[in-house]
Design a binder for this molecule. Sequence first.
Ligand SMILES: [Zn+2]
Length: 213
Amino acid sequence: MTIRHHITDQLLMGYSAGQLPEAFNLVIAAHLSFCDECRARLGAFDAIGGALMGECDSVAMMESSLTATLDRLTQPAPAPRLRRKACKVLPAPLVDYVGGDLASVKWRSIGMGVRQAILPTDAGATARLLYIPAGQKVADHSHRGMELTLVLQGAFSDETDRFGPGDLEIANDDLHHQPVAEEGPDCICLAATEAPLRFNGLLPRLAQPFLRI
Ligand SMILES: [Zn+2]
């Protein structure tokens, strides 16, 4: 897999510091599972974060803190969470959310052959899987906030560039784009959006509240 579009320093820092909404964390974790380069950069940010914590002033704690911590040592460890393996298209972090491989995805049609499945995350942003048939255009739209799109299978192009497997497109408020899936395998993406998208055609705009896009 040749990855050409990576996570920005700003997003990696936010991920390392635990400051991003869950949907963004999911997209970034999925990209990291494909990308050695971003994993190495994340390691550097984690090290900086650790060093900064060492420099922080100490904070007063409750008197019971030490006893409470020692008490926890005698409690049984929680049952280990079963980690699922990556499947052919879905990376491991995503398999946990879907509850299995691609066959477990509960797709919902949003018109013109395009399907989506919204994944359960906290309210700060929305994560969805998108299935775009080869050659199909997605309704053109701009954004009110940031949109991250990670390609899992196939490829798409828009006004900015081409995005293939493992590539991450980061779209901000100023981008108005119309992604088109390439010929070949159907395009499957994982997308996270900060706020509802702003569709330009009337029909998609009317359908927006019902489709939660
Ligand atoms: Zn990367």
